[in-house]
Design a protein around this ligand. Structure first.
Ligand SMILES: C[S@@+](CC[C@H](N)C(=O)[O-])C[C@H]1O[C@@H](n2cnc3c(N)ncnc32)[C@H](O)[C@@H]1O
Length: 377
């Protein structure tokens, strides 16, 4: 589809993405680089942006949980009941609904039978009204806007109008994505503590994979990280990347193989990540999330576990290589990699399965391997 001139932007509505909290900057980077979008505003869990043209390409984003056409947004809710009157007015008057519906239908074509719709309100924070009151206010505002023939549906509605209230901020819009953006289609087999695909996709982006590289997930679980690495490289038409993964649990190895199929020619084995069957300095990128303390029978084992894992990571990682690691016990991870002088270049605070965690990017020093050696010395 032809790109529109920047001056045409004003005609198009903005969009917003729901994002795993803490990963807004990674999603903003994907929107900017891959879709040439312009970021307008970032709130916890939400990225508002504009595109020069709105087409199905927006659904190819991998670090976002859902994408919406923005109907209206505010950062000035009062927490008082007066907000309800405002919600009704904003819904009724602010958006150009016919335009929003047109764009929605161009991306989510009408299905057979009577069109169905669903209204959704989410609310976090203490407000002087209930979530259902806010939903009713939105429904009142939509009176006469949703065509009479459309049928309300609780599940699998063709058109969804959302409103998300977080403290004094609210955004409302038409959902463009469906559940496959969040859950993907490849993830048919699961293991406990498996990552959300959007979180794995964020780790993969932070890894900066380039052609010719070897990428390793030594604790691969259900293979989410490898699947996202393969997907990103396929999107970028990088064919000569090698993917290696393994897990100590045979069921996890089975799940990874099922989830990956033949994609990327990934090599997946059962192994102990403390003794990898790999040569020294043979991989360019390590991307993984080792077990968190609460996943172990004895959480006090974490420092020793990370020390043993880090030794093996440093052995197999090439000088100048990079690791992206997600853990809850970041201090223990820092202590474990300290002897190898890895440098942390980025740390993002996230919540995984309700627990505070840190996604960090580490650079292994270049070392002496690339320095010229004089035989006279
Ligand atoms: C948090 S899960 C990884 C989840 C994975 N990233 C996903 O998205 O499915 C940690 C994994 O480490 C594996 N593991 C624990 N100790 C290991 C070891 N010594 N060697 C290899 N894998 C190990 C567990 O079996 C588990 O699958």
């Amino acid at each position: 589809m032809a790109r529109r001139a920047p001056d045409a932007d004003a005609e198009l509505p903005a969009l917003y993405a729901h994002v795993h909290p803490g990963l807004e900057s990674v999603a903003a980077d994907e929107i900017t680089r891959d879709l040439q979008g312009e970021i307008k505003r970032t709130e916890r869990g939400v990225v508002v942006f504009r595109l020069r043209s709105i087409d199905p390409d927006v659904l190819k984003l991998r670090t976002t949980e859902d994408i919406y056409l923005l109907a209206w947004g505010t950062g000035s809710l009062t927490y008082k009941a007066n907000d309800l009157e405002q919600i009704k007015k904003w819904t009724a008057n602010k958006p150009d609904w016919p335009q929003l519906f047109r764009i929605h239908h161009s991306i989510r074509p009408k299905v057979k039978g009577k069109p169905t719709f669903h209204l959704v309100a989410q609310m976090t924070g203490e407000h002087g009204y209930r979530r259902v009151d806010a939903l009713d206010a939105m429904a009142d505002g939509l009176h006469g806007i949703v065509p009479v023939g459309w049928v309300p549906a609780e599940e699998n509605a063709w058109l969804e109008i959302w409103m998300t209230i977080t403290g004094k901020t609210a955004v409302s819009g038409l959902r463009l994505s469906d559940r496959t953006m969040r859950h993907r289609t490849y993830k048919t087999d699961h293991v406990a503590a498996s990552l959300r695909p959007t979180v794995a996709a964020s780790m993969v982006r932070l890894a900066g994979i380039a052609p010719g590289m070897t990428v390793l997930d030594p604790l691969c679980g259900a293979g989410t990280i490898l699947a996202e690495a393969i997907a990103l490289c396929e999107q970028r038409r990088m064919r000569d990347v090698k993917y290696l993964g393994g897990d100590i649990d045979p069921n996890a190895v089975f799940c990874t193989k099922e989830n990956l199929g033949n994609r990327g020619g990934a090599v997946v084995e059962r192994w102990d990540a403390m003794e990898l069957p790999l040569s020294g300095e043979s991989v360019d990128r390590i991307i993984c999330n080792p077990p968190f303390g609460k996943q172990l029978l004895k959480p006090e084992q974490i420092p020793d576990l990370y020390v043993d894992l880090a030794k093996e990571w440093d052995r197999v990682l090439k000088p100048g290589g990079r690791a992206v690691i997600l853990v809850a016990e970041q201090d223990d991870l820092r202590a474990a990699v300290k002897p190898f002088e890895w440098k942390a270049t980025r740390e993002l605070k996230v919540r995984i399965l309700g627990q505070a965690a840190v996604m960090s990017v580490w650079q292994k020093p270049e070392g002496y391997g690339s320095m010229p050696v004089s035989l006279d010395e």
